[in-house]
Design a protein. Structure first.
Length: 227
């Protein structure tokens, strides 16, 4: 028990020191210790090495992948097409998505409002980020159509024009965890398309469930104060 308490206290110390180090580093625009910054004199928690501290700082510092996510900040007007089953005609509605930065650019929040294919008003919230340690994009999604959360991991194409997500959630109809695929295509500076593919409830085969064509609204703010 005492050992566990010591581990927890040491971990908290590491987090505090890391946060302080990253704050100082960001004031210079990088994560390198500078003379007089105080980083070179900071004591290490028991069992920690300089290499451990460097790894934690690198994990906590926003980088190019976070900058990629930041390119989508703003307010987007969307045209939404929804297919209830393969071969069916789509229902067409509109939605608005507002993307804002959180925690000094480490994460992006997406707030969606619209109408879901004649099923009534729809609201959703997504959190997106890039885990430097796992080397993957990560997401969590929740909305007014259910009480569960969907979790995803993403891979960016080499040319940076497409981000593909593998998403899992528990389906109330199939009563099991199912997977779907989300593809973000960046078609221009102020335009992008989201495509959603999931299993047909009858056959289990993947089909296109939804597509949203987005255009960014000019002059919209791209950050949320106080977050």
């Amino acid at each position: 028990m005492v050992r566990n308490v010591r581990i927890v206290l040491a971990s908290l110390g590491v987090l505090v020191l890391t946060a302080a180090a990253v704050t100082v580093a960001q004031s210079y625009g990088d994560d390198k210790p500078r003379s007089g910054s105080g980083q070179e004199n900071m004591p290490l928690p028991p069992g920690m090495t300089e290499a451990d501290m460097k790894a934690m700082m690198e994990a906590a510092t926003p980088g190019p992948m976070h900058a990629h996510l930041a390119k989508s900040l703003g307010v987007w007007e969307g045209r939404l097409q929804c297919w209830m089953e393969p071969g069916a005609d789509p229902t067409i509605t509109e939605c608005t998505s507002t993307l804002t930065a959180l925690l000094d650019g480490r994460f992006v929040m997406c707030e969606v409002a619209g109408d879901m294919g004649g099923m009534g008003p729809f609201k959703g919230i997504g959190l997106y980020g890039y885990d430097n340690a796992a080397k993957k994009f990560q997401s969590v999604w929740l909305d007014s159509m259910g009480t569960g959360m969907a979790y995803g991991t993403g891979e960016l194409s080499e040319d940076g024009k497409m981000l593909t997500w593998a998403i899992s959630y528990h389906c109330p109809v199939q009563k099991k965890e199912v997977s779907m695929r989300q593809v973000e295509r960046y078609t221009g500076k102020d335009s992008m398309t989201l495509e959603f593919y999931g299993p047909d409830m009858k056959t289990g085969k993947e089909h296109k469930m939804m597509e949203i064509s987005y255009t960014r609204k000019a002059g919209a703010p791209t950050a949320s104060a106080g977050r």
